[in-house]
Design a protein around this ligand. Structure first.
Ligand code: FUB
Length: 331
């Protein structure tokens, strides 16, 4: 049996084919673009909560206006929804200014929001690292302690730029520090304080060579990766380097830089976090950077690019892009 296709049916078929191919291309070529959302946002903390990607950045307005945090959620890394003012200085009795660098943890049905406030310059000032809590990742978060969790300098580390790491045995650690010093401490299981390490000390200095601020820790194939920012945060050379150790306490020997400016794309690429999508073992680096030619200190935007490892587990240098990353839906 034979059949013929008339000219109208042929043209309709062609149109359908073209539309389908176009649709498929649009779906596969969908990318986040960089920055991933508009306006000045720095120090992005990325997390996966309840089947969504989340980013909690510093509001990088003028210094005196950094008094609240917004959050952003996405099902796929491409489409982002803003959640305004999830935590504000007016709701934290001891916080007045310089609310910086969130670190988020989900535990026992609650969401904990660690933050820095007040940019203290000595132990005579009130401020440091605080912790807030909510029943939802979009907040609102309320201050857990009514005072800083870490409110003083230890080993020369300014109490800012905290990161919270959960080890395989369930122990949570806080790793933090500005002014070129990094410390680690064990957190109480309810995050209301810190407890002594095995040697009886409370804060252990783990500063790697060239460390400045912004530590991040993750575990991969039984190895502890410590990453940090180096260089000056207001300049083009701000960047990220890393070390690998067998324990969260180190020792951490600097291996090299993984993220830095590309004079064709952006400058000052640093203060980052990392996303690991277990389903496809993909890794992302979420960081801030400056638009080309813009030297205003707080003009920082949040961007995402892929992070790859070599066969030995070393992190390959990140290629920063204007296109960002492809969609990676979590459900
Ligand atoms: O955003 C305020 C400060 O700038 C952060 O605490 C530093 O890490 C740097 O990114």
């Amino acid at each position: 049996m034979s059949s013929t296709i008339g000219p109208r049916a042929f043209i309709a078929g062609l149109l359908l084919f073209a539309t389908t191919i176009g649709g498929l291309q649009a779906a596969t070529q969908q990318r986040s673009g960089n920055p991933v959302f508009p306006s000045w946002y720095a120090d992005p903390e990325a997390a996966i909560f309840d089947g969504q990607y989340w980013i909690y950045p510093t509001w990088s307005a003028r210094y005196g206006e950094q008094t609240f945090f917004d959050a952003f959620s996405s099902p796929d890394l491409v489409h982002w929804t803003k959640h305004g003012h999830v935590l504000e200085a007016k709701d934290v009795r001891w916080a007045k200014k310089a609310m910086w660098a969130p670190a988020l943890v989900a535990k026992d049905g609650k969401y904990y929001f660690f933050f820095s406030a007040n940019d203290i310059q000595s132990d005579k000032e009130v401020g440091g690292i605080g912790v807030a809590v909510s029943d939802k990742p979009e907040g609102p978060f309320r201050d857990l302690l009514g005072k800083p969790l870490i409110g003083a300098f230890h080993h020369g580390a300014q109490p800012i730029d905290q990161f919270v790491f959960k080890d395989v045995d369930g122990q949570y650690y806080i790793i933090y520090g500005g002014w070129k010093h990094a410390n680690i401490a064990k957190l109480k299981s309810d995050f209301t304080g810190v407890v002594p390490l095995d040697d009886g000390s409370t804060y252990r200095e783990i500063t790697p060579e060239h460390y400045v601020e912004g530590p991040v820790m993750f575990l991969r194939n039984g190895k502890y990766y410590l990453m940090w920012s180096e260089g000056g945060w207001t300049g083009p050379d701000y960047s990220v380097a890393y070390a690998i150790a067998d324990s969260p306490l180190g020792p951490f020997r600097r291996i090299g830089k993984v993220l830095q400016q590309d004079p064709k794309i952006a400058t000052g690429a640093g203060h980052h976090s990392v996303i690991h999508v277990a389903a496809d073992d993909s890794w992302y680096i979420v960081y801030h950077r400056r638009p080309l030619g813009d030297s205003e200190a707080n003009h920082r935007v949040t961007s995402i690019d892929r992070m790859y490892f070599d066969d030995k587990g070393f992190i390959k240098p990140v290629v920063i892009t204007n296109e960002g990353v492809e969609a990676n839906p979590l459900r």
